[in-house]
Design a protein around this ligand. Structure first.
Ligand code: SF4
Ligand code: SF4
Length: 497
């Protein structure tokens, strides 16, 4: 009897090896960007110095807010639960302004991306700035692209160990300075520096400095372009912001192709007549790219729009005596037009740019108005839960409330508290002798939250049911600012009995 295997129908392809499954895994190829010179490189250096300067120096700027207030211009005071930004002081209940700032930044980024492509990624993103700095250190210690490749491929000699150790030591110093500077935004910078020098800094603070230092070292030193290509979500959806009129870094294929090396004895006129283009296929643009891509392959997700390939190619074109800007910063529409010998004007005003600009203006207006008109007095009222009410011997009903005043100014304030909506209601402040008041004087120290226990007494005849609306109205005697809180007064279900 035949087995199933023997009964299997034979096929000529059976003897062919099965096709190899295509792996979706791409092994990481280390990128060794070469240094370049030119307009975009200079712009990047200038922004790098400016942004790093702002980041490292801001916590050291002082701002006088008066006695008993921190004098650090920018401070996120977690223990005091305040956010200080020069003359602006935000309380926890005003933190929605931060949400507004984040939305404003996001829409601003949309607008910039729509107009000029990934300027943020190429010039201002912290990952780009610190990676650029780390690469500069690497170049100073290990040399240009070629020597760096040879060093990595070569054996571990004493010279190689010395260079690698020096590079990583400098990286670590920058990382610790970066992590430390970040913590300075959350505590008084001079005080913390003194504590660190005296080896007396809180362990939690040191732990956070270590965490942010490690993050900087790993992301800027090791992960580099992989953060932009694989980890960052922005490249995934920034394409939705761009259109054919967005300025992007682009290779002018109509001018560069067919690419090929320069042949001796062939003039440029002859080369062009034979179908050749300006691109001499030197690969310098590819080697200059910090994300390791070849812009001649077209617009790509990994292109951060830094423009270094433009500088690199311009140097080559100048050396060859050819027009610069073979790789250029231009719109797709203009490129299509140029390919047929025309030129398109850059369209700044387009539906999406108008929409983003309108959102920005509206948001900015609302936030500025909100900040200028925001109250400096806030009250909250919490009614006693147990007992809900007390029936007094004379027949009146009493409710207890915890009354909090947030004095968001730098001055001492005197207030007067009144009740509204409950005829005949009187008050007493727990701990004080006087009772039966229709107006209660209260005070609050500068920049503080004070809590009072208020006992409200009302005749049964004033109650409209088990729950009667009651308003607490607090007025500042100085600036007449008033705050109102809607609450309720509880009593028996049938108050008339
Ligand atoms: S640098 Fe310019 S010439 Fe050289 S490969 Fe790139 S595009 Fe071609
Ligand atoms: S392709 Fe050019 S613009 Fe894009 S990331 Fe590379 S060097 Fe920068």
């Amino acid at each position: 009897m035949s087995t199933i295997a023997e009964l299997r129908v034979s096929h000529p392809d059976d003897h062919e090896p099965p096709p190899k499954a295509r792996s979706l895994f791409a092994e990481h190829v280390k990128v060794y960007p070469r240094s370049v010179q030119g307009t975009f490189r200079r712009l990047k250096w200038a922004l790098l110095v400016l942004l790093l300067g702002v980041y490292y120096l801001t916590p050291w700027i002082r701002w006088d807010r008066g006695p008993e207030a921190p004098d650090q211009a920018v401070l996120v005071d977690m223990t005091g639960r305040r956010l200080y930004f020069f003359f602006i002081e935000l309380w926890p209940q005003q933190i929605y302004y931060l949400t507004g700032v984040l939305i404003f930044c996001a829409v601003g980024l949309f607008l910039v991306t729509t107009l000029f492509g990934r300027l943020w990624c190429g010039y201002a993103c912290p990952q780009t700035v610190w990676t650029d700095l780390f690469l500069w250190v690497e170049r100073q210690v290990e040399g240009e692209r070629g020597p760096r490749i040879r060093l990595d491929k070569g054996p571990w000699t004493a010279a190689k160990i010395a260079r690698k150790t020096l590079k990583h030591a400098i990286w670590l110093v920058i990382s610790v300075a970066t992590g430390g500077a970040w913590i300075f935004y959350f505590t008084d910078a001079p005080t913390l520096t003194g504590q660190m020098l005296a080896l007396d800094a809180p362990s939690t603070t040191m732990w956070f400095i270590a965490l942010f230092s490690a993050t900087t070292y790993l992301l800027a030193g090791w992960a580099r372009e992989q953060v932009c290509i694989y980890m960052c979500p922005w490249p995934r959806f920034q394409a939705a912001m761009q259109d054919e009129d967005s300025m992007i870094v682009t290779y002018q294929a109509w001018r560069g192709e067919g690419r090929g090396s320069v042949r001796k004895g062939v003039t440029w006129e002859e080369r062009l007549a034979q179908g050749g283009g300006d691109c001499v296929d030197c690969g310098v643009c590819h080697h200059a790219c910090p994300t390791g891509i070849d812009i001649r392959d077209g617009n790509q997700l990994a292109c951060i729009g830094c423009g270094l390939c433009i500088d690199a190619c311009n140097t080559v074109m100048s050396r060859l005596g050819r027009p610069r800007q073979l790789i250029t910063f231009d719109t797709q529409n203009n490129q299509f037009a140029k390919a047929v010998g025309k030129t398109e004007r850059f369209r700044l005003i387009r539906p999406r740019t108008v929409i983003y600009a309108l959102i920005l203006v509206t948001l900015a207006g609302a936030m500025i108005a909100g900040l200028v008109l925001r109250p400096h007095l806030d009250i909250s009222v919490l009614r006693d839960r147990a007992p809900l009410f007390v029936a007094l011997s004379g027949g009146d009903i009493r409710n207890g409330y915890t009354f909090k005043i947030s004095n968001m100014t730098r001055y001492h304030h005197d207030y007067v508290l009144r009740l509204a909506g409950l005829p005949g209601a009187t008050m007493a402040v727990a701990g004080r002798d006087d009772e039966g008041l229709v107006e209660v004087p209260l005070t609050a120290k500068p920049d503080s939250v004070v809590s009072y226990r208020i006992l409200v007494r009302a005749p049964r005849t004033s109650l409209t049911g088990a729950s009667t609306p009651l308003d607490f109205v607090l007025t500042s005697l100085g600036d007449r600012e008033t705050a109102l809180y809607d609450s309720v007064f509880l009593g028996p279900a049938r108050p008339e009995r």
